[in-house]
Write a protein that binds this ligand. Structure first.
Ligand code: DGL
Length: 195
């Protein structure tokens, strides 16, 4: 699997829990960080290079452990690597909407935020620098808690949060509202595909 940094580690943990006997290779693509403020074409190009590196290292399935790269590139990757199982990471908006009548705050990078349309019950929290800030302070729990409280206090009128960038999963323990994250869904899809 790959991501621009520590975000995808949350997806890795979920996959390891679901598939304890599978061996994983995690590509931290730090040299291209952050993905969220690049163009769609750049992220497609970067993602293709990551997939080629993972195939070269012997991987027989790839998890795009990044919402931004999934939103930009998963369709193109599946066309370019038609025999390789490729799983993307999507924001868990559907379960969040299904679980309450209130509004849902979707936190996402600018690129993820602009590539898809959501219902009017979704408040889009476009975060330009949050992934980079998390990258800088991870794994310091005090700093992560500060970031979580700051971002949660920035928006109004929502009853749950969707982490639309895998980096934001590191803030989950510090949010005060219910959170919906895509990592467990990725792990289940990977299991169905591999077993
Ligand atoms: N972790 C990535 C995501 O899920 C992107 C962070 C970034 O590099 O902007 O969107």
């Amino acid at each position: 699997m790959f991501d621009s940094g520590v975000g995808g580690l949350s997806v890795l943990s979920a996959c390891k829990r679901e598939l304890p006997n599978v061996s994983f290779l995690y590509l931290d693509d730090g040299e291209n960080r952050p993905y969220g403020d690049k163009s769609r074409e750049e992220v497609i190009d970067i993602s293709e290079k990551c997939v080629r590196r993972l195939i070269g290292a012997g991987c027989n399935a790839v998890v795009v452990a990044c919402n931004t790269a999934t939103a930009c590139a998963v369709g193109t990757l599946r066309k370019r690597f038609p025999t390789l199982p490729i799983i993307g990471t999507e924001p868990a908006v559907k379960p969040a909407l299904a679980s309450s009548d209130g509004k849902v705050l979707l936190l996402a990078t600018p690129l993820t935020a602009k590539l898809k349309e959501y219902s009017d019950r979704v408040i889009i929290g476009e975060e330009r620098t949050l992934a980079s800030e998390i990258e800088r302070v991870y794994p310091n729990p005090y700093k992560l808690a500060e970031l979580a409280h700051a971002v949660e206090n920035k928006y109004r009128g929502f009853s749950s949060i969707v982490t639309g960038c895998t980096h934001y999963a590191h803030l989950i323990p510090y949010f005060t509202r219910p959170v919906f994250d895509g990592a467990d869904g990725v792990a289940k899809r990977l299991k169905n595909l591999l077993l």
